[in-house]
Design a protein around this ligand. Structure first.
Ligand SMILES: [Zn+2]
Length: 704
């Protein structure tokens, strides 16, 4: 459910001014599309157009950057910062279209282009950020920023550019720049080793048993698959159960033999830390050390401080506060859940204490007792077109006055993709919305939003945004019926779309969803509330054959069942988030020598060392934390959810689904993109800092 950023790595965005180069004669990417809002000419763009456009795009932007850096004119906001904002039009266009198509509609050629271009694009970004002359101009402007008397958005942009350069190492001495490059190289190599070890260890860690009986509880098909997997590895006659890269393993919910469950759990938890060629303990220590050294070199206390400074949370103290506020209620709740499970064990005369290996098995038993219903009963009330037009669009109309008109004249990359003009309350066209809802084998998993064109008044552009889901396509002639989770996802992704479409900013650097990682999920999570808002629900949740409204007790059961097991889910997530922070809040001198000892002590210190609920990822297979993407950032999901839950309360307190509420949220937050500090935007909207109680309530963690 993430947002794919419009530009990859390079912050500078598009302009309509770039001249088409001779090298791109006949290439539709050479110039901005002449279709409405520069909607991409999908019918004309071919795979072979990308590489020449990438190369030309980088060449032109470097020329533009060199001209800015070497200008004889004294640096001004316009000839330096605004000029950078206008640079790279072609590169932005090709990166945006390429990245989006590779996610939504890829093939071997596009994948190969990606492998070829990624390192080149990274080097391109370095060539800009480590350009000393360019940085000197940025810094001279930054140093006298008050005297420049810029408007608020422009001043924030200047600060943002300065920050981007500094964070990339622009302020370092030449010698330290070389050191940083070397550390970056070391980190990149170690991260690759860590990632490969996790994958190889996962593949090597399957549970092997001698008899079919030991796998009792698993389906016959799954047991046959285990037999085939063992045979393929030269263990004819045995059974091999594969593992996935979380501490918990899906078969644990099914296996009736407790000793087998315990064996599976134990081998899962030991991955990467029991010796052998894929042991990650040394790698973890080296990564933690290299990241800490990088942070030190850049002037930060530790790597988490470096990483968080650029996030909504800002500093380690805020993240530590959120995580510790949740730790106690989460663990208390997990302990209550454990007592419920223990009661079932005792009733069965099990004669053992519930452990991590037993949790999923007994949770499924309790769940079946409490919530006797089949979720499939809901599906006839969730027909896709109804959900989209009478649910998602309806809520946007009631809240923001938006209206939608489907158009069939624009080209699409797949016949199932739908295109809508989006009109504002005053009748003016606001954006174009692309709905790509069905699963395909050439589409990445999950759901996401992306932008083909970002709004910017400097460039005169309006949003062209897309939502992508992975709903299985029914056979021809049959209706597309959604699960409750898919309905929520449709509302969620449209929340990202609104964030993009409502963008009302000058500079492309700040457009729409160009906000911190721990903030971007907030507006989309808020939009989920309308999926079950009574007035919205009544408008769309109708039986696809009879038109009858969905029975309320059915929906209530679904919603109630989602609160179940929250103590476990929150605790395992929280433990992993805490480990992620602990490892990245160390100075180089504090890096321990004993990975597992440090892990155990950290969990104990934070009060989350409850053995039946191990961290969702232990250190040695925690790819989010040690492979790159979410290092010191695994907390981000909960951080966004705290803002979300508090905002849902605000809507409820103020009368819910009403134009005045939608307009306020739009004016204060959704339209502002990254033009201000994200927490300022929240405070301007909410009138105060966020509070934790609504999140506790939602996750059933209030202790009531
Ligand atoms: Zn999302």
């Amino acid at each position: 459910m993430l947002v794919v950023a419009a530009a990859l790595g390079v912050a500078f965005s598009q302009t309509v001014l770039a001249a088409p180069a001779a090298a791109l004669a006949g290439n539709p990417l050479a110039t901005a599309s002449s279709l409405p809002f520069h909607y991409p000419a999908f019918d004309k763009i071919k795979d072979e157009h990308f590489i020449p456009a990438f190369n030309e795009g980088m060449r032109i932007q470097l020329k533009e950057i060199d001209a800015i850096a070497n200008s004889k004119a004294a640096p001004s906001f316009d000839n330096t910062i605004v000029a950078m904002e206008k640079s790279g039009a072609l590169l932005t266009r090709v990166q945006t279209i390429f990245g989006n198509l590779q996610g939504a509609n890829t093939n071997d050629k596009l994948d190969a282009i990606d492998s070829e271009m990624s390192p080149k694009l990274a080097a391109h970004a370095d060539a800009i950020y480590l350009n000393a002359k360019l940085y000197a101009r940025v810094k001279s402007l930054y140093d006298k920023r008050t005297a420049l008397k810029l408007d608020a958005e422009s001043e924030h942009l200047l600060e943002r550019y300065h920050t981007d350069f500094v964070r990339a190492g622009a302020n370092l001495s030449a010698a330290d720049k070389e050191k940083l490059k070397a550390i970056n190289g070391t980190i990149a190599k170690l991260q690759t080793t860590f990632t490969q070890n996790v994958l190889k260890e996962t593949n090597a860690s399957g549970l092997v048993v001698d008899t079919r009986e030991e796998l009792a509880g698993m389906s016959p098909a799954a047991i046959d698959a285990a037999a085939a997997a063992a045979k393929a590895k030269g263990m004819d006659g045995k059974f091999l159960v594969a593992v996935v890269n979380t501490s918990g393993q899906p078969p644990l919910a099914e296996l009736t033999n407790r000793a087998v469950r315990e064996k599976l759990m134990a081998l899962s938890l030991a991955r990467g830390s029991h010796g052998g060629e894929f042991d990650n303990r040394e790698v973890v220590l080296k990564i933690a050390k290299a990241r800490a050294e990088k942070a030190t070199l850049l002037g930060y206390e530790n790597f988490a401080a470096y990483s968080l400074e650029d996030q909504t949370a800002h500093d380690t103290a805020s993240v530590n506060k959120l995580l510790s506020e949740l730790a106690k209620p989460a663990v208390n709740n997990a302990k209550k859940e454990a007592a419920d499970l223990q009661a079932v064990v005792d009733a069965d005369k099990g004669g053992f204490k519930i452990g991590a290996a037993d949790w999923a098995f007994y949770t499924d038993k309790v769940r079946a007792q409490r919530f006797a219903f089949d979720e499939n009963q809901l599906k006839p009330y969730f027909e896709l077109n109804n959900v989209l037009t009478n649910g998602v669009f309806y809520a946007a109309n009631k809240l923001y006055g938006l209206s939608f008109k489907e158009r069939k004249d624009l080209p699409v990359y797949n016949p199932d993709v739908r295109v809508f003009d989006v009109f504002d309350a005053d009748g003016k066209q606001l954006a174009i919305f692309i709905a790509d809802m069905y699963a395909r084998s050439n589409k990445q998993g999950g759901a996401w939003m992306n932008e083909y064109i970002s709004q910017s008044s400097l460039l005169g552009t309006h949003s062209v945004v897309a939502n992508h889901l992975n709903i299985p396509k029914p056979p021809a002639g049959e209706p597309t019926l959604l699960t409750y989770d898919e309905v929520k996802t449709a509302f969620h992704e449209f929340g990202h779309a609104l964030h993009g479409m409502f963008s009302n900013v000058k500079y492309p650097r700040f457009s729409g969803t160009s906000v911190p990682r721990d903030f971007v999920e907030y507006p989309s999570q808020v939009n989920e509330m309308w999926a079950v808002w009574p007035e919205v629900l009544a408008n769309y949740a109708k039986h696809y054959k009879t038109g009858e409204p969905m029975p309320k007790e059915l929906l209530d059961k679904v919603i109630a069942s989602k609160k179940f097991n929250q103590g476990f889910l929150t605790t395992e997530y929280l433990s992993a988030s805490l480990l992620d922070q602990r490892w990245h809040q160390l100075t180089p001198a504090q890096i321990p020598t004993d990975v597992l000892g440090f892990e155990a002590q950290s969990l104990k210190d934070m009060g989350v060392d409850f053995a039946p609920v191990p961290p969702r990822y232990r250190t040695t297979y925690f790819s989010h934390s040690f492979s790159g993407g979410y290092s010191a950032g695994y907390y981000a999901y909960l951080w966004s959810e705290k803002l979300d839950a508090d905002t849902v309360e605000w809507f409820k307190e103020n009368g819910g689904l009403q134009r005045k509420n939608g307009d306020w949220f739009r004016a204060k937050l959704l339209s502002r993109g990254g033009t201000d500090d994200a927490m300022n935007l929240f405070r301007n909207f909410r009138g105060r800092d966020p509070v934790i109680e609504p999140l506790l309530e939602r996750r059933g963690l209030t202790g009531k």
